[in-house]
Design a protein around this ligand. Sequence first.
Ligand SMILES: N[C@@H](CCC[C@H](N)C(=O)O)C(=O)O
Length: 285
Amino acid sequence: MLFTKMHGLGNAYVIFNQLDDEFENQEFHQLAKNISDVNIGIGSDGIILICSSKVADFQIRIFNKDGSEAKNCGNGMRCVAKFLFDHMYVTSPRFTIETLGGVGSVDVEVDHKQMVKYVTVDMGAPKLLKGMIPMIGDPFIATINEPHSFDEVTYNLTCVSMGNPHAIMFVDDVKQFPLENIGPTIERSVLFPERVNVGIVCVKNRQEIDYRVWERGSGMTMACGTGACAAVVAATLNEFIDKNKPVTVHLPGGDLTVRWDESGTVWKRGEATYICHGEWEMDTK
Ligand SMILES: N[C@@H](CCC[C@H](N)C(=O)O)C(=O)O
């Protein structure tokens, strides 16, 4: 089966184009675990399948490194948009992609070789109520700077769903904060029945934030597109930054520009990059 490995700011996915060549009888959860493994597979943060859609131009399915299926993937959307436009599955620079979290539109910008360099994704409106995250507690209230204790330490959480759930904390220094240790505890806390992506944010000024993430199902990654959007929404809700102004999000893998506009939509712009193309040997697994 032919694959393309791509990354969005170091958040790497092995992409299988199912438009021309479909997997037969595959157990995708196990496949994602095998492929993502750096020793017995290709090594990635997960896999993405590009499929046809009844409601949008294309559909993607996203599987994390641990085999769990995710509802949305901001970096994956940019990678898939680049793949589809560069390989001429679409000629219009604007098209739509369906995920389990809904339909988003993408706008591509090309370089001098007519290859996609930047992609802007309409990430939709964030969901804030606990019932929509989902998170235990009153389903009709939002979680903004709410104290919760994990491993006997209290952290203030702001929770945002961008199709997938994010718990955001504000810290003084994202590099010094021990996210590797506390991330897995919060991810699997009883507070979050579907687990959660855990992000830390340091606000540099009203146009710039630092962000690091522990991803549900994939662990530490170099970037998370939905997480960067959730971080900007959380920083706005806590009045550190302003709605409708573009914010540069500095991630370990590079920068994204995110804007939460007055209509409620979150826009995200950034790069997508090829790593390699190859063939996955189905028979040997
Ligand atoms: N890295 C992605 C998000 C992938 C899914 C996430 N781990 C989840 O399970 O919700 C992104 O760029 O948004």
